[in-house]
Design a protein around this ligand. Structure first.
Ligand SMILES: [Cu+2]
Length: 274
């Protein structure tokens, strides 16, 4: 086989291989559900956003490569026309056109899919239940305000690995009825929860895959997120920010209870200093 013949075999094989790989990728996305079932109200919107981004980026990717394949085939042919500059006007058009096209695609995603989800996740509603989540190497601690509805303040010097994991301050009257649960976040179904997140050491990220919730825990400040859990059951919190050698095992359970059961648990559970 001459060098020239080998060249034309590759010219054929490369695009075919590429198209086969693309087809396999598209099939993998279409025919398998890669995400855990959604268990929060805003979760479906997040999935919609992921689908939109995958489709938009995928279509642009495939279209761009088909165009590239066309150029490879036509410009490599023996009877291909000689190179001819396209002129300033056409160059402007081919620069501004795709820029506007990409801007439109991203803005449509932001305005029509992203903004409504943002509104759900960062809505401020005094009716929502307030829960605090504490991240520390390598565990999650849930802190509930108790019957007074107020979180007791924390003093880092009060921290004790066994007896006072949330570093609550006994002298403060708001702390007394607070609930502290280690390694488990108990939630009501069908009721919006505002989650206030803090970290006792390094950066972590509060991630409940089934809720499509992910929010950084940043030392020194409070971050927040909000969700409505839809389905009673057990889920998982994972840490989504590499935070040290045991990052991979920084997990906790999420237990979503029917509202009455949750209210009963809140009522009956003794406060941290009671
Ligand atoms: Cu972590």
């Amino acid at each position: 086989m001459s060098r020239r013949d080998r060249g034309s075999v590759w010219r054929f094989l490369l695009p075919v291989g590429f198209l086969a790989f693309t087809a396999a990728t598209v099939a993998a996305v279409l025919f398998k559900d890669w995400m855990p079932p959604v268990a929060s109200e805003h979760g479906k919107g997040v999935d919609g956003m992921i689908t939109y981004i995958l489709c938009a980026a995928g279509l642009i990717f495939v279209a761009g490569h088909l165009l590239l394949a066309k150029f490879i085939f036509t410009s490599g042919a023996d009877d291909a026309p000689a190179y001819k500059p396209i002129g300033n006007k056409a160059e402007m058009l081919f620069t501004i056109g795709p820029t506007i096209f990409i801007l439109l695609i991203s803005e449509i995603g932001v305005l029509f899919i992203g903004n409504p989800i943002w509104g759900q996740v960062f809505k401020e509603d005094p009716e929502d239940f307030q829960i605090e989540v504490i991240a520390k190497q390598f565990e999650w601690i849930a802190h509930y305000p108790g019957r007074d509805g107020k979180f007791g303040p924390f003093r880092m010097e009060k921290y004790d690995e066994v007896d006072n994991i949330a570093a609550l301050w006994k002298k403060d009257k708001e702390s007394r009825d607070d609930l502290v649960v280690r390694g488990k976040l108990i939630l009501p179904a069908g009721k919006a929860c505002q989650i206030r997140i803090k970290s006792f050491d390094v950066l972590h990220s509060f991630n409940i895959p089934a809720f499509r919730t992910k929010q950084d825990a940043v030392p020194g400040i409070y971050t927040k997120t909000r969700f409505v859990a839809t389905t009673p059951g057990d889920y998982e919190i994972a840490c989504a920010e590499i935070c040290g050698v045991n990052h991979y095992k920084m997990k906790a359970k999420v237990q979503v209870l029917p509202l009455e059961k949750y209210m009963k648990w809140l009522e009956e559970e003794p406060g941290f200093f009671e």
